[in-house]
Design a protein around this ligand. Structure first.
Ligand SMILES: [Zn+2]
Length: 103
């Protein structure tokens, strides 16, 4: 069974959210702040692999089946979408929040 938490990680969906600037949880337009869920490692690198979300949607996903118990929620006013370069060790598209509001 495909849980919400696994659907949101699909590469095609992640890219669609990035390009359309829609929430990875509810597919509606993003406002501010923008929320990201990430492991402590992703938070430390400021590189997230889940799509941007509304704060409420991110909180809901954090409690959903298939979620990662290590996830932390951070919020930001803006983000950069980074497509992996050919030589990049991290081959997944990722998000780099600009000016974190909360960790
Ligand atoms: Zn949403």
């Amino acid at each position: 069974m495909l849980t919400e938490a696994s659907r949101v990680r699909e590469r095609s969906w992640v890219i669609q959210c990035a390009l359309s600037r829609i929430c990875g949880g509810c597919a509606m337009s993003l406002g501010r702040p923008i929320a990201f869920l990430g492991t402590p490692d992703e938070v430390a690198r400021n590189a997230f692999h889940l799509p941007p979300m509304h704060v409420g949607c991110a909180e809901e996903l954090r409690g959903a089946p298939g979620s990662d118990p290590r996830w932390r929620l951070v919020t930001t006013a803006a983000f950069e979408f980074v497509r992996p370069a050919r030589e990049d060790l991290d081959r997944e598209p990722r998000f780099e929040p600009v000016s974190l509001i909360a960790g």
